[in-house]
Design a protein around this ligand. Structure first.
Ligand SMILES: C[C@](O)(C(=O)O)[C@H](CC(=O)O)C(=O)O
Length: 329
């Protein structure tokens, strides 16, 4: 008798998490040439995994995210404020700062990973919000989140946040819906609530349900305190897709992408994924430089230029009959 005939037949049941139903308007067929917003909708609805979006704050961090092969990106407002203005995330960046950064990032590779961008409070009343949405749409942004903090907002992972009343929040969402319709845009509207600190969990769920009823495509419950809270929010709001804001060392528990997916989240953004390591690397290099007069870096200039599209530029020059790179680069 062959030895393996003694081995009882085992029927291995692979645990594949059930793909939760997702309620978002999306095309049935994926078109790689469709606008980023349309592609994002398709991905949210049809992906069998959670869409991981690293936080990017400038051209280089976005280029690296594209190079590494992420399927989505997130433009962090905190990172944009820090890198463009040298300020803390306290509502100092305005529409112009955010839109110009988002436009540059979204157009590095228009056929590349869709960009979700922070829109904070929308930067004003309904008319300003209308302008914000229009500008994000024209900039090629695929989706954005808009929240219910007061205009003098602060990072969602700081204490002392204040929120506007529900009706004012819903006005913000309605302004987005009306303008998106007028523009015939597919831009994904993500309603975020920061009310957990001051109003509690139930109030947040009510706010998100109201936003959903108005037509917001997705939701974020900012600053959840426990994994149970994160899971319950997804359950109570299903099949509405939720996005998880993973801020390591912030107010929320660490939840892996797989855990978030199993809870029913469809997108996970990592707000500080590039700015935190950049801070650590730049600081230690500068300290070393101050001490030794050398940076100690082993990265060649060309490495950076390659990530930033050197090859694409050469192709354009050659295709146009140029000779700028004929002697090498
Ligand atoms: C997501 C966020 O809006 C951002 O700007 O990245 C911030 C992140 C942070 O400052 O911790 C937020 O959570 O408010």
């Amino acid at each position: 008798m062959k030895p393996d005939a003694l081995v009882p037949e085992i029927c291995v049941q692979h645990e594949t998490p059930a793909i939760p139903l997702v309620d978002i308007r999306a095309p049935d067929v994926y078109d790689p040439l469709a606008p980023a917003a349309t592609r994002l909708r398709y991905m949210v609805k049809n992906s069998d995994h959670i869409i991981k979006c690293p936080g990017v704050y400038d051209g280089l961090s976005a280029r690296i995210a594209i190079d590494v092969g992420f399927e989505g990106m997130y433009m962090t407002g905190a990172g944009t404020t820090a890198s463009r203005l040298g300020q803390a995330d306290l509502g100092i960046a305005q529409l112009h700062d955010m839109r110009t950064n988002a436009e540059m990032i979204a157009n590095l590779r228009p056929d590349g990973p869709p960009l979700i961008a922070d829109m904070d409070t929308g930067y004003g009343g309904p008319l300003v919000i209308a302008k914000s949405l229009q500008q994000y749409h024209l900039a090629g942004v695929a989706g954005f989140h808009i929240e219910d903090q007061i205009m003098n907002k602060r990072c969602g992972h700081l204490a002392g946040k204040e929120v506007v009343d529900v009706e004012t929040y819903i006005q913000r969402i309605k302004a987005c819906i009306v303008v998106r319709r007028q523009l015939r845009s597919d831009i994904v509207i993500i309603a975020r609530t920061d009310a957990l600190q001051s109003k509690g969990f139930d109030d947040c769920i009510e706010r998100l349900k109201r936003a959903r009823a108005e037509g917001a495509d997705m939701g974020i419950l900012e600053g959840v305190k426990t994994k149970e809270q994160a899971a319950l929010a997804a359950k109570l709001l299903a099949p509405w897709p939720l996005c998880y804001n993973s801020v390591e060392n912030g107010h929320s528990p660490l939840i892996t992408a797989q855990e978030a997916h199993n809870m029913g989240y469809r997108v996970i953004i990592y707000s500080f994924a590039s700015i935190s390591p950049a801070y650590v690397a730049i600081k230690s290099t500068f300290e070393w430089l101050r001490e030794t007069g050398m940076t100690g870096s082993s990265v060649t200039p060309k490495t950076i230029f390659n990530v930033c599209g050197l090859a694409e530029s050469i192709v354009i020059d050659e295709a146009s009959g140029g000779t700028a790179f004929a002697k090498g680069v």
